[in-house]
Design a protein around this ligand. Structure first.
Ligand code: 9WN
Length: 439
């Protein structure tokens, strides 16, 4: 309501460009994040993509989420990649031959037919499903969309809050740096020092065929990613038997779980089912998030390393995303807002929020999650600002999002110091969330 209607010619051009990206990246049942760098289906990408696709085709948006959920494991996990069997095995690393989900993941309930990875990504899916429903409730009811996805999404959250509550404090832990979706964030550096990297000659990085080495994680990072994934695979991806050597609680991951739990409550009410279990869970999660991860002195949420039992002393955009959570204490919202608009996260060239503290010792303006500003995190923060009535800040962030998305050719991320496009172009979630902010 506080947004201008997308009738200006520039908005229409932007809308057409964003729609073109999503049409080109649609494979028939889902959307690839990028035709070149990421040629399969990714979990949290699909959720963001569905949020944009609902403005083009509600049916396609439903399909996007349902094709992902069709690859859910019997233990409830939603895998971070669902592989497209029509794509060459060497187009992306690690490929299905590495994960071996249907064989190695049998005890954990991996599907027999689909090939998937064995790890997860942030739970944005229930929020996405609810927003897809709201785009056309009559069509959603006619197709029984919520009745089909609600039980699967509930099982997904159950998995995260039982098998993945590794700290015993009511939050979900992530066990691989790919799981929080921010692969090489400095937040993982210290925990990763404990992991001996797999030798570089044991794998081939397909990402460097398409991505610039200065924009991507390093070979040392990859060696550690491979080691951790190999150990999980060799333990049958079974959280009941594996001793995870990397285990952290991430603020963004858990904040998304809170809002997705509230989305499940809304779905339950819409279907005439009890919603109380979901709202209670959201309240417990919110309390645990604040008790375990809020750092009053730093003015943001911290990652907690479960091996040391201590907060990680790094400032990441992940620590600002809990602004999305509706029932946060008021002083926490006030402090988050101050941090967001202060020198650590207010970049000179763009209002899009950098992925890492601009004044931090590890800040790098071009390397992936160590500084560049990403569009999905900006979308989440824009929503968080509106959740707490900070409309003016939200409007400024939205305007910059749209300008950068258009100028960058729907880039994967931008350099926060110059605003220059980085990573791949025609990136699906950048296009999808552009459509959402325009609608
Ligand atoms: C590993 C697909 C994914 C995103 C992640 C982003 C990147 C993969 C990679 O691309 O990760 O999952 O190969 O680097 O970090 O957030 O979901 O777009």
């Amino acid at each position: 309501l506080d947004r201008p209607a997308p009738t200006a010619p520039a908005d229409l051009t932007l809308r057409r460009g964003a729609a073109r990206v999503l049409i080109d990246n649609w494979t028939g049942a889902s959307t690839v994040p990028s035709r070149t760098l990421y040629p399969h289906q990714w979990s949290w990408d699909s959720a963001f993509i569905a949020i944009g696709l609902r403005h083009l085709s509600v049916r396609r948006a439903q399909r996007e989420l349902e094709s992902l959920l069709a690859a859910q494991w019997a233990d409830g996990r939603v895998p971070h990649i669902v592989f497209n069997p029509a794509v060459a095995a060497d187009a992306y690393f690690p490929s299905p031959d590495f994960w071996q989900s249907s064989r190695a993941g049998r005890a954990a309930g991996a599907p027999a037919a689909a090939q998937t990875s064995g790890i997860v990504q942030p739970p944005v899916h229930a929020l996405a499903a609810w927003l897809v429903h709201l785009a056309d409730p009559a069509e959603s009811r006619r197709r029984g969309f919520l009745a089909r996805v609600h039980p699967r999404l509930t099982a997904w959250h159950d998995y995260l809050l039982t098998r993945r509550d590794l700290g015993g404090g009511g939050l979900a832990a992530v066990v691989h740096p790919w799981e929080p979706g921010m692969d090489n964030s400095p937040c993982w550096d210290r925990a990763l020092q404990r992991i001996e990297p797999s030798p570089p000659d044991t794998f081939r990085r397909a990402d460097l065929d398409h991505g610039h080495p200065a924009d991507r994680p390093t070979d040392l990072d990859y060696g550690r990613y491979v080691r951790l994934a190999t150990e999980y695979r060799d333990a049958g991806y079974d959280d009941r038997v594996v001793r995870h050597r990397f285990a952290v609680e991430d603020p963004c991951f858990n904040a998304l779980l809170v809002v997705s739990e509230l989305a499940l409550a809304a779905m339950a009410r819409e279907m005439g089912l009890p919603a109380r279990g979901h709202t209670e869970r959201a309240a417990e999660l919110t309390r645990a998030l604040v008790d375990r991860l809020w750092d009053e002195e730093a003015g943001l949420f911290r990652v907690r390393d479960l091996h040391t039992g201590t907060p990680v002393d790094e400032g990441s955009v992940s620590g600002l995303i809990p602004l999305l959570v509706p029932h946060l204490p008021t002083d926490v919202v006030r402090r988050l807002h101050t941090t967001l608009t202060g020198p650590r996260f207010s970049a000179p060239a763009t209002r899009l929020v950098p992925s890492y503290d601009l004044t931090g010792h590890a800040f790098d303006p071009t390397r992936y999650w160590r500084g560049p500003a990403w569009f999905n995190t900006a979308w989440l923060i824009e929503r968080g600002l509106r959740t707490h009535g900070l409309q003016q800040d939200a409007a400024r962030l939205r305007a910059d999002f749209l300008a950068r998305a258009g100028h960058s050719g729907f880039a994967e991320y931008v350099d926060p110091s110059t605003g220059a496009a980085r990573g791949t172009r025609h990136f699906s979630w950048t296009a999808a969330l552009t459509l959402d902010l325009l609608s």
